[in-house]
Design a protein around this ligand. Structure first.
Ligand code: NAD
Length: 242
């Protein structure tokens, strides 16, 4: 797939899945704008980094304006910034802990998508890909705020897709299974924990970030021009095993 000189914005680009999406896009000749609360971790002539929190509505609006006026049409957006749950039963969660995850994983997707969509609409084309999770559908204890946010991302994806369909802008999401990233490294570096997770995956292995980035790239490409409002589970078959 070639994205030659197409401009794509990627949130969460300093680590894990977002970073793999940014790097895979750069390999495919795209120009990438990275947005992450952390510092830049990609050195490439066609990569520009903004250190900003996706929850900061006014800053995200200003960055989107700046990117559009400096570099022109925005062809794609990947919403990959996210944090994990606080790993507690919901009745022990503080309101700040709840808000933390909902605002980062769900409201952050709304904010960035809103300002990017406003730039895509006059151009009548564009692709938005949101990163959800298997926890939007298959639940485990002590993950309520994370599951609610990721289920929200699936719903938000389909609802935004309907608002943007008249402008030929497609919105889809990818729901990864267990993926080896900064978020999960502690668990998967532990051989027994890794094995117990791998035993649950029909494909027999934890995903690498690149496995997820490949699906994101497909959804950003013109090969996916007729897919809209969908969530693709990229989980090695985890969610279909009964
Ligand atoms: N790793 C997995 O197994 C897995 C599985 C399913 C879904 N996901 C989802 O994939 C996405 C990426 O996670 P990852 O596993 O690559 O984790 P990661 O920790 O490696 O990367 C997440 C990135 O998001 C950035 N970020 C966090 N909060 C932010 C904020 N408020 N504003 C801007 N940037 C922020 C972090 O700085 C980091 O660079 C997340 O939405 C996560 O929920 C991960």
């Amino acid at each position: 797939m070639c994205f030659s000189d197409k401009l794509v914005i990627v949130s969460g680009s300093s680590s894990g899945i977002g970073k793999a999406c940014a790097e895979t896009l750069l390999e495919s000749e795209a120009m990438v704008i990275g947005i992450d609360s952390d510092n830049n971790s990609i050195e490439h002539p066609k990569y520009i980094h903004y250190s900003v929190d996706v929850r900061e509505d006014e800053k995200i609006a200003a960055i989107t304006n700046e990117v559009h006026s400096k570099y022109g049409n925005i062809a794609g957006l990947v919403n990959a910034a996210g944090i994990f749950s606080h790993s507690k039963p919901f009745f022990d969660l503080g309101i700040d802990e709840w808000n933390d995850v909902i605002e980062t994983n769900l409201t952050g997707v709304f904010i960035l998508s809103k300002y990017v969509a406003q730039k895509m609409i006059p151009n009548k084309s564009g692709k938005i890909v949101n990163i959800s999770c298997i926890r939007s559908k298959i639940y485990k204890p002590h993950m309520t705020e994370y599951a609610a946010a990721k289920g929200g991302v699936v719903a938000l994806t389909s609802a935004m897709a309907l608002d943007l369909a008249p402008y030929h802008i497609m919105v889809n999401s990818v729901a990864p299974g267990f993926t080896y990233t900064g978020m999960t490294a502690k668990s998967f570096e532990h051989p027994e924990l890794r094995k117990s997770s791998e035993d649950l995956i029909p494909a027999g292995r934890i995903a690498e970030p690149k496995d997820i980035a490949n699906v994101v790239l497909f959804l950003l490409s013109d090969k996916a021009d007729y897919i809209n409002g969908e969530t693709i589970f990229a989980d090695g078959g985890y969610s279909i095993l009964k």
